[in-house]
Design a protein around this ligand. Structure first.
Ligand code: GLA
Length: 722
């Protein structure tokens, strides 16, 4: 039994792999958090409950020693004396915003019920805690799922109106969680186009540290992730509490240093520009938060997320399957291509180990640049005479697979779709719409708009032998307004947009199970766990410069497994930075994910084509390490001149080190890399360096990588147990 209710102490113990989570129902009927950390026995933990009553508010009808503010909350509410960040704010019929959510009952379910409208982790024993405001009938069902194969806990809330009158939710977060003490830093991922997921560390302080999105997408500005880590925690040591929201629209996550000396974490759906009406009998499902605990530093937290997402979130059919090695024509041709040109790419790629040709933007409608054509998913006969089939047949005849780009959620003003249905594009009547890359976002909150998208995308997918789809989303929402909704419900838009997107994904992605889907969003601007539930891999960034990629992939790996990141070798000088890096380095960095090439293969030299052969062969040989290995980040390119990733097989018999030196320095120290994650008593060989040593030695003493001459050099070493 992973979930136990101890009746005499009214305590719930949730045991996952290596972790325990505990809370009790206290004397006030309040769900009071007790512990989350390394697995412990089921002792009575209520002695940790702090009781402060100096100058605090006493909730109605309770003993004057009681005050909600001093209880560590499972779900904090407002209006009865708790002034920390509340998780929920309902507006009742009288206009008051009170709710006192206290214990009503609970259930322990052998398996987690799927969510109706949103993606979430699968499986696992689940506790449903029913909290109720007995005056209004406003209720919150808190779901907790634990897993015996990974140290994460998945939580979410379903808010229910069991009363007789409507309730307007002005805030509806997914959880509250308090960690003891305040000696922590908040770790978050920020960025921009071509600079996704940079790491930021901010001390927890009295007040709130928040990350959020108001873009209608999870965005590259801030990722829906936040961790609270012990001050000074590094990759291998220190406690880390990570929170990753399974959500793709506007969100918020907050860490608050409370006046009682603890750190409260909370968040979920963005509540700026949000309100949601629950009529009598209605409910609102909130997105799931995946919480990963580690006492082995930030690296341990990442490995817990990676394992959880691989085992319980990403499509089982593809997650551990050998991935396509693609050649994508975007940077090679942009919009300028025709059938002979593409056939030449395929001819050259054949036999190099590249096994999938992906035709990017520009194959449909009147699409010669980015000002027109989006929305018209019909083949552009001028570029592709005879349609897509001759090209697809050609690719297949060469033993390769065929992939195709779509941007289903968008429309250009210059398109047949917009001419027929201008109202499908998001906008406010009487106002000119905002442009982004010359395009508008379609109103996914409307059923007829979604039906139209599904019909036109599926018309292509159902009539062609397509093996792979790249699904792009190149601009955020601006106006957050739908013609299909009454004035009082317009602030439901951002969340309804997410629900519309998930509906599209169910009908197009899950409706075409033989196609592997790659996510994309002007690079990696919608890289979140909800998208990963549909897209087994996501284009990590439009910045394909190997040097930039070391930071982008390092930051992304804080939460997401390597197999989730699409990483391509592109030409030099690089199109985003103008930088020139060695072909071998580009190959090494791109091998740390779902790999591929984004260049004109007909322009590669004989030597470079030979390198492609070697890179793809080496990739296939150790692909399991990308798909299933444990990741150890050994050198941080944000803080030093080096980047190194070690991937270790789960049984610790195989490992691969990828190390990179940014700049050569004339009086350079001898760089030593201490390995990690090996079995101390196993003997390993590293043929490239002539080393034979135990895991203990390699982890304590380390090894010295031998870089070539010049800047941007890298090495890859196989490490094999005897
Ligand atoms: C986005 C993607 C690119 C490419 C272009 C096509 O920018 O990130 O990879 O597909 O769109 O327009």
């Amino acid at each position: 039994m992973a979930i136990v209710y101890q009746a005499e102490t009214k305590t719930f113990f949730l045991d996952g792999a290596g972790v325990t989570y505990a809370f009790c129902i206290n004397e006030a009927g309040y769900a009071e958090h007790l512990y989350w950390g390394t697995a412990i026995p089921h002792d009575d933990l209520r002695y940790t409950c702090a009781r402060w009553q100096l100058w605090q508010i006493t909730p109605p009808g309770q003993d004057e020693t009681a005050t909600y503010q001093s209880y560590a909350p499972e779900l904090a509410f407002f209006g009865t004396g708790d002034y920390r960040e509340p998780a929920v704010l309902p507006v009742n019929e009288a206009g008051d915003r009170l709710c006192e959510l206290l214990y009503a009952s609970h259930e322990i379910l052998p398996a987690k019920p799927a969510m109706a409208g949103m993606p979430s982790m699968e499986g696992g024993e689940t506790l449903v805690l029913h909290l109720l405001d007995s005056i209004t009938g406003f209720a919150a069902d808190l779901y907790y799922t634990v897993y015996d194969d990974c140290g994460v806990i998945a939580r979410r809330v379903v808010y229910r109106n069991t009363g007789n009158t409507p309730v307007i939710l002005r805030r509806a977060y997914s959880f509250s969680m308090e960690v003891p003490g305040q000696d922590y830093e908040v770790l978050t991922l920020y960025g921009n186009w071509a600079a996704e997921r940079r790491i930021q560390r901010t001390p927890v302080h009295h007040g709130v540290v928040a990350v959020d999105s108001k873009l209608g997408m999870s965005s590259n500005v801030l990722n829906p992730f936040l961790a609270v880590v012990e001050t000074g925690a590094d990759e291998l040591s220190g406690e880390a509490f990570g929170f990753s929201l399974v959500y793709s629209s506007s969100f918020v996550l907050k860490a608050q240093g409370t006046s009682f000396g603890n750190a409260l974490v909370t968040g979920g759906i963005q509540d700026f520009d949000f309100s949601w009406t629950l009529d009598a009998g209605e409910e609102l499902e909130t997105p799931e938060i995946v919480m990963a605990y580690s006492d082995e530093g930030i690296g341990g937290m990442s490995r817990a997320f990676h394992r959880a997402f691989r085992e319980h979130l990403i499509n089982k059919r593809y997650v551990k399957a050998s991935r396509p090695i693609v050649i994508n024509n975007w940077e090679a041709t942009y919009f300028d291509f025709d059938l002979p040109k593409l056939k030449a790419f395929v001819d050259t790629a054949q036999g190099t180990g590249i096994d999938t040709f992906v035709l990017d933007d520009g194959w449909f409608g009147k699409r010669d640049d980015d000002t027109s054509g989006l929305g018209d998913w019909v083949v552009n006969g001028q570029k592709l005479e005879g349609g897509l089939t001759p090209l697809i047949d050609y690719v297949h005849s060469k033993g390769m697979k065929f992939g195709l780009w779509f941007e289903p959620e968008m429309v250009n003003e210059d398109s047949d779709l917009f001419r027929a249905h201008p109202d499908y594009a998001i906008g406010v009547p009487g106002r000119q719409r905002c442009y982004g890359r010359h395009q508008y976002v379609l109103d996914l909150t409307r059923q007829e708009v979604r039906d139209c998208i599904v019909e036109s995308v599926n018309a292509i997918l159902h009539t062609h032998a397509i093996d792979y789809v790249k699904w792009d989303f190149n601009r955020p929402v601006a106006e957050f307004y739908s013609l299909g909704r009454e004035a009082g419900r317009q602030a439901e838009f951002a969340h309804r947009f997410a629900l519309g997107l998930y509906d599209l994904c169910r009908r197009i992605v899950e409706g075409n199970p033989d196609i592997i889907f790659e996510g994309c969003s002007g690079g990696g601007a919608r890289f979140d766990p909800a998208m990963l539930a549909y897209f087994s891999q996501i284009w990590t960034s439009d910045d394909s410069d190997a040097e930039e990629r070391t930071r982008i992939q390092y930051g992304t790996s804080l939460v997401y497994p390597l197999s989730a990141m699409s990483c391509h070798v592109s030409v030099c000088p690089n199109h985003q930075t103008g930088r020139t890096t060695p072909f071998a380095t580009r190959g090494h960095i791109a091998s740390l994910g779902a790999t591929g090439y984004e260049l004109d293969p007909t322009r590669l030299s004989v030597e470079e084509l030979e390198q492609v052969r070697q890179q793809t062969a080496a990739y296939r040989e150790t692909e399991a390490l990308v798909l299933e290995g444990d990741l150890y980040r050994l050198d941080d390119p944000f803080t030093g001149n080096y980047f190194s990733f070690l991937t270790v097989s789960p049984d610790k018999t195989q490992a691969k080190l990828t190390a990179y030196r940014r700049l050569v320095e004339p009086l350079q120290e001898v760089k030593r890399i201490r390995l990690a994650g090996l079995a101390p008593d196993k003997t390993y060989t590293i043929p490239a360096l002539g080393i034979r040593a135990t895991g203990a030695t390699l982890m304590r003493v380390g090894l010295i990588p031998v870089f070539g001459e010049g800047d941007f050099q890298s090495v890859q070493y196989m490490i094999t147990a005897e």
